[in-house]
Ligand binder design. Structure first.
Ligand SMILES: Cc1cc2nc3c(=O)[nH]c(=O)nc-3n(C[C@H](O)[C@H](O)[C@H](O)COP(=O)(O)O)c2cc1C
Length: 161
């Protein structure tokens, strides 16, 4: 039997990029959360997925809105990543970020490396998470910076700078 801790420690050896998943809540206000469960699913059509815990606010907001944005963070955006990993009531302090709007009205996190606007085309509940599949409808690429990484439960910069 694999324990939760054993599984978590093993997965921590898998280095990932870091994204901010953006949506609009039922008041039309931007909502954002940090996620590293993002990956591509297929090329034709262009589909990605993100796994969202049922304990998050984002889970219900995605189910209601049917859309999400993926914003790939770059090195230097660690504070923004940490900020959106907290519950909204704990998001205090002077973190510098701003949103603009994508073609479909989704919030784009300014200064991220890549933005993808996605329409939810399927979902699958498994255990305490839902896998949301999104067809990519818009891409904006900044072509600046290098990606922020997450490894062994910390931000990671292989160049050590
Ligand atoms: C690096 C990192 C990656 C994360 N990835 C995910 C993820 O893929 N899915 C998820 O549900 N939560 C993930 N989280 C946790 C959420 O960001 C956190 O629960 C957040 O408070 C949810 O915000 P919300 O309740 O406003 O939606 C991650 C946190 C960190 C620090």
């Amino acid at each position: 039997m694999v324990t939760k801790d054993e599984f978590r420690t093993a997965m921590a050896d898998f280095a990932t990029g870091v994204t901010i998943i953006t949506t609009n809540d039922d008041q039309g206000q931007p909502h954002a959360m940090t996620a590293n469960s993002f990956t591509s699913v297929c090329l034709e059509p262009p589909v990605v997925l993100v796994c969202v815990a049922h304990s998050t606010n984002t889970h219900q907001i995605l189910a209601d809105s049917g859309w999400f944005g993926v914003n790939i963070l770059r090195q230097g955006q660690e504070e923004v990543g940490a900020y959106f990993a907290r519950r909204p009531e704990d998001r205090t302090g002077g973190v510098d970020y701003s949103f603009s709007q994508g073609e479909d009205g989704l919030p784009i996190l300014d200064d991220s490396m890549v933005y993808m606007g996605c329409q939810i085309i399927g979902s699958h509940i498994y255990g305490d998470h839902t896998i949301y599949l999104g067809e990519v409808k818009e891409i904006r690429k900044a072509d600046v910076g290098t990606p922020l990484l997450f490894y062994k439960s910390r931000w990671y910069n292989p160049s050590g700078e």
